[in-house]
Write a protein that binds this ligand. Structure first.
Ligand code: CO8
Length: 257
């Protein structure tokens, strides 16, 4: 991997992916995105990994798609590049992904953070969809995920002006989970990851799937999927372990079975 650093065992059952193009503020070129999607695919298959943290560095989570790779593209070349499939792979990851964001999360970088399941932001984090300023518009979920997170009025304002918002504003608009000092943003993301990793992995994954579906389907269909997932967890060893541990007044030992 050239543009990402991967640690399968950052903490017990927690993997870490760090975007690693610091000079370019982690601009998302095709190779980086391909590496990222491959890493997520392999973590999804690794039973030892229960939660994934995705981060950049203090200055930048990611400053967007790599403009130098896009500037001269034609629409047919964009079509053939088929970035959509790579992004689908990322948002389709079964394991929960926590974005640990410091500094710039712009354009595709903001969309990448929003494709994760929770966002722990440092007090220096800045979010924007500035594509409009360079002649385009968000193309990896920005008009959809941002609108679902912050509502129509604020999404319109952010997408149509490209303006930056800081961590305080992002928290107010419910784009992120929490703001922490910059020195500890990865530590705090790890703490949250540890909490989730201590839970039964199958229930975590099915709960993630059910919550995400609520953005896509009717209430009735969403409730149907929720019920299916809920009932299917009764075939898991972890359900027996969790409920018996409660009744026996002991700590459960979840195995992801
Ligand atoms: N692409 C390519 N290079 C970049 C990018 C980028 N998005 N952002 C920063 N860089 C490079 C700069 O060119 C510069 O390189 P060099 O040192 O060789 O000149 C280096 O990173 C450092 O950047 P700056 O000198 O500009 O640093 P500043 O601190 O002065 O400014 C900013 C930081 C404000 C973040 C500024 O760099 C900036 O505005 N960057 C562009 C932000 C932007 O417009 N992002 C949206 C891009 S389009 C997009 O994301 C569409 C997504 C659609 C689908 C996703 C497909 C993958």
């Amino acid at each position: 991997m050239e543009f990402i650093k991967v640690s399968q065992e950052h903490a017990p059952h927690v993997a870490l992916i760090q975007l690693n193009r610091p000079k370019e503020l982690n601009a998302l070129n095709l190779q980086l995105m391909t590496e990222l999607s491959q890493a997520l695919e392999s973590m999804d298959k690794d039973d030892n990994v229960r939660v994934i943290i995705l981060t950049g560095n203090e200055k930048a989570f990611a400053a967007g798609a790599d403009i130098s790779q896009l500037a001269n593209k034609t629409s047919i070349e964009m079509y053939k590049m088929d970035l959509f499939n790579i992004w689908k792979q990322i948002s389709g990851t079964k394991k929960p992904i926590i974005a640990a964001v410091s500094g710039f999360a712009l354009g595709g970088g903001c969309e990448l953070a929003m494709s994760c399941d929770m966002i722990v932001a440092s007090e220096t984090a800045q979010f924007a969809q500035p594509e409009i300023k360079i002649g385009v518009m968000p193309g990896a979920g920005g008009t959809q995920r941002l609108t679902k997170a912050v509502g129509k009025a604020k999404a319109m304002e952010l997408v149509l002006t490209g303006k930056f918002i800081n961590a305080e504003e992002a928290l107010k608009y419910q784009l992120i989970n929490t703001i922490v000092p910059v020195e500890v943003y990865l530590k705090e993301a790890t703490k949250l990851a540890n909490e989730v990793a201590a839970m039964p992995p199958l229930a975590v994954q099915m709960a993630k799937e059910s919550i995400n579906k609520s953005f896509e389907v009717s209430l009735e269909e969403g409730l149907y999927l929720e019920r299916k997932n809920y009932n299917s967890l009764y075939s898991s060893e972890d359900q027996k372990e969790g409920m018996n541990a409660f009744l026996e007044k002991r700590k459960p030992n979840f195995k992801g079975q």
